[in-house]
Design a protein around this ligand. Structure first.
Ligand SMILES: NC(=O)c1ccc[n+]([C@@H]2O[C@H](COP(=O)([O-])OP(=O)(O)OC[C@H]3O[C@@H](n4cnc5c(N)ncnc54)[C@H](O)[C@@H]3O)[C@@H](O)[C@H]2O)c1
Ligand SMILES: O=C(O)C(=O)C[C@@H](O)[C@H](O)[C@H](O)COP(=O)(O)O
Ligand SMILES: [Zn+2]
Length: 358
């Protein structure tokens, strides 16, 4: 199958290229002036970066490979500082570029380091997980965690391009792949009901990179993200819909010390958001049941430890959607009808949690 290009509009437009064996298209995503490319990749996965480095070297770039800790361990100020030092040592200038290769954690870090080095050098993202392709690498949200919570330091910094080589998905561990499905399913609930129909039609296939509907699911979710971030890069309005399920999800990740996958936390967070939507009088019980059923069908979690509520409640207070004393939640009226809930009473927040507690 040939490659697909999904344009992302905005003040700095770019393309997301999707296909199998499309690495030859990488140099075309870099600006002509680029000479040195710093490739940021997980330390334990040299094999996923090798073809990327080879493609760049044969196209004439000077390539430096910068291994960083695996997964969420990469998203710290210490690791960002190591990258800044390496960029300095290897002479990464404003006419050079960073390429992030790996899952969403790696591309979030690479994007943040690129956004802050010399106040911004070009970055191209090469996501190698499902979640990275359909969500993290697209849209320009970059960031790291702090002791207080998830992604609390970062920048809105669009990449110059995103290259999704579907061949890389073959080696992604099954649980990491399935975690990425949570963000695909989120796209269905907030904007594209066909995504839900495709997953419901073949939930077993949805769990596989070679599934019948996999390519369609990936392209449709990327289209959802492209449409939203193209209209509102800095999350001053519509972009908030992409945060559906994330208020509780980020609190769970923090409570778990980031030992739970982001996508798994988002799955629980979406059940919570659906229950909140229902209890606030916005969504039907059928929508909540559909949420549970589709997540169950692909093997994602739909419940969380009941005794964690006091900690979760405290962590939700630092959510980025809050404005001063006003707490804000993204909820649904129905599929593809998203709204906001402002300052719900504490009892409502707890009652919704009781519905997901085990
Ligand atoms: N910036 C955004 O808009 C945005 C959106 C969604 C999620 N995120 C962030 O993305 C992160 C989650 O991303 P993720 O689910 O990709 O997790 P991850 O980056 O931790 O990757 C999951 C695991 O897969 C490994 N891996 C990556 N590619 C592989 C491959 N091709 N073969 C084998 N193993 C591979 C990784 O090293 C890691 O161990 C979270 O930090 C989340 O906050 C950001
Ligand atoms: O792109 C967005 O906007 C999102 O909210 C997408 C989320 O899936 C993603 O996890 C994002 O990193 C969360 O952003 P945050 O601002 O809540 O940290
Ligand atoms: Zn997310």
């Amino acid at each position: 199958m040939t490659s697909t290009r999904i344009p992302v509009k905005g003040e700095r437009p770019y393309d997301v290229v999707i296909g199998t064996g499309v690495l030859a298209e990488l140099p075309g995503l870099l600006s002509e002036r680029v000479r040195t490319v710093a490739v940021v990749r997980p330390a334990g996965l040299p094999e996923i970066a090798r073809p990327v480095c080879e493609a760049l070297t044969s196209a004439g770039y000077a390539v430096v490979e910068l291994p960083v800790p695996d997964g969420e361990h990469a998203k710290s100020v210490e690791v960002a500082a190591e990258l800044w030092s390496a960029f300095g040592r290897y002479g990464v200038t404003r006419s050079d570029a960073v390429v992030g290769v790996g899952g969403g954690a790696t591309t979030d870090l690479a994007g943040f380091a690129a956004a802050t080095w010399l106040r911004g050098v070009e970055v191209v993202q090469v996501p190698t997980t499902l979640l990275g392709m359909v969500d993290a690498a697209v849209g320009g949200k970059t960031g790291i965690n702090t002791a207080e919570g998830k992604n609390l330091v970062g920048a809105f910094y669009p990449p110059a391009g995103v290259l999704c080589d579907l061949a890389t998905l073959a080696s992604v561990p099954r649980d990491d792949y399935v975690a990425g499905l949570a963000e695909v399913i989120k796209g269905g609930f907030i904007a594209d009901p066909t995504i839900l129909l495709l997953v419901e039609d073949d939930p077993e296939g949805a769990r596989l990179p070679e599934g019948r509907h996999t390519r369609a699911l990936i392209e449709r979710k990327i289209q959802v993200k492209a449409d939203v971030v193209g209209a509102d890069l800095r999350e001053s309005g519509v972009r908030e819909i992409l945060n559906y399920g994330h208020t509780l999800a980020h609190a769970i990740e923090r409570v778990e010390n980031y030992h739970m996958r982001h996508g798994e936390a988002v799955a629980v967070g979406m059940v919570y958001a659906a229950e909140l939507s229902r209890l606030a009088g916005h969504a039907s019980a059928a929508l909540v049941e559909r949420t549970r059923a589709i997540l169950d069908a692909v093997g994602l979690p739909t419940a969380y430890r009941g005794d964690a509520w006091p900690d979760l409640r405290d962590h939700m207070r630092v959510d980025k959607k809050n404005r001063g004393e006003t707490r804000r939640f993204v909820i649904l009226d129905d599929v593809a009808r998203v709204t906001r809930l402002e300052d719900p009473p504490e009892e409502l927040l707890e009652a919704a949690f009781r519905e997901v507690a085990r």
